[in-house]
Design a protein around this ligand. Structure first.
Ligand code: NAD
Ligand code: MG
Length: 296
């Protein structure tokens, strides 16, 4: 990076071809080449979320990890949810949060389970003394060329992970949320401009948009805000572990006007903004961070 004031977005981050690198889902980001940039070296906090208690699902890697690191650096205690096989990535996030002198709560488990999706709220409230912000980032994406090949198991697990778990976790959270709380969902460019190979996944991302806007209306009288972030192509484990066919990996992100994939670190500030009172007049919004692909 040259000058903080004037950084060229075309080459601020890696903009070369990516090596093919299949992993089985959910994948480990520490084994990726290049390793996604989640702001480990770059994110600097200024106390914007001092004393907040924040739950981040999918906080071990990718976009959720970038949010979790930023939240801790802004002064929050942070709990992260992830699948048990992602423990090595989660352990790194725990160290990064604790390096800021903040509490880190690790909650491995499967969000496809209603019981677990609700239990995580109890665990956060018990360990952090309350809950102020939910950043719901966990997601499942498996590329499938033909609709006939989408098994009922894949269809169900994609909807359970991406959509049902949000209902369950927020149902459990409502009694603990007070005025000023913030809920952040994670939709996608796929929730606006769906690809032909992501029928099931894109459908969940359209659903998340509707959910976010309707829930914002429902919770506004309680002083609770709900917004969604719609990322474009971001270099994460989701993509190399079946989210894209491997032949698309080298050119991943090149279809954007900015001609490169984004890095998770580039989303952190928006997760912070929507969590903080700086965005107190913002609710029911879906905000795109897409490298220039239009969301409309
Ligand atoms: P990622 O693989 O690093 O993170 C996704 C996380 O979801 C995993 O780390 C895992 O912990 C969690 N997860 C998946 N299934 C789970 C389950 N059953 N139980 C518990 N946790 C589970 O990838 P990412 O790209 O950072 O994904 C984060 C979010 O961003 C997802 O919702 C994804 O749909 C969305 N998104 C990603 C992109 C992109 O290009 N990477 C684009 C648009 C939207
Ligand atoms: Mg992960």
């Amino acid at each position: 990076m040259s000058n903080e004031q004037n950084v060229n977005p075309l080459n601020e981050y890696y903009n070369d071809e990516y090596p093919k690198q299949p992993q089985s889902p959910p994948g480990l980001q520490k084994e990726m080449d290049p390793v996604p940039d989640c702001g480990e070296e770059s994110y600097k906090g200024t106390g914007k979320l001092e004393g907040k208690r924040i739950l981040v699902t999918g906080g071990d890697s990718g976009i959720g990890r970038a949010a979790a690191i930023a939240y801790a650096r802004e002064g929050a205690d942070v709990a992260i949810v992830y699948l048990p096989e992602e423990q090595p990535d989660a352990d790194d996030v725990k160290s990064l949060i604790e390096a800021e002198g903040k509490k880190a709560v690790l909650i491995p488990g499967d969000l496809k389970s209603e019981e677990f999706s609700k239990e995580i709220v109890k665990k956060v409230v018990d360990e952090l003394g309350g809950l102020d912000v939910l950043a719901l980032v966990a997601g499942k994406q498996q590329s499938t060329s033909n609709i006939e090949d989408i098994t009922t198991e894949q269809l169900t697990s994609t909807f359970e992970t991406n959509v049902y778990s949000m209902f369950w976790t927020i149902q459990a959270a409502i009694p603990h949320l007070s005025e000023g709380a913030s809920i952040i969902t994670t939709t996608s460019i796929q929730g606006f401009s769906p690809s032909q190979n992501l029928l099931d996944y894109a459908s969940t991302k359209f659903a998340i948009r509707g959910f976010t806007i309707a829930l914002a209306k429902q919770l506004a009288p309680k002083g609770i805000r709900v917004n969604g972030i719609a990322p474009g192509p971001i270099w994460t484990a989701l993509q190399i572990s079946g989210g894209q066919p491997q032949e698309k990996i080298p050119e991943f992100g090149k279809e954007t006007p900015l001609n490169r994939a984004g890095q998770p670190a580039e989303l952190a500030d928006m997760y912070v903004y929507l969590a903080s009172a700086k965005s107190n007049y913002v609710t029911g919004e879906i905000i795109g961070i897409t490298g220039g692909l239009p969301i409309a």
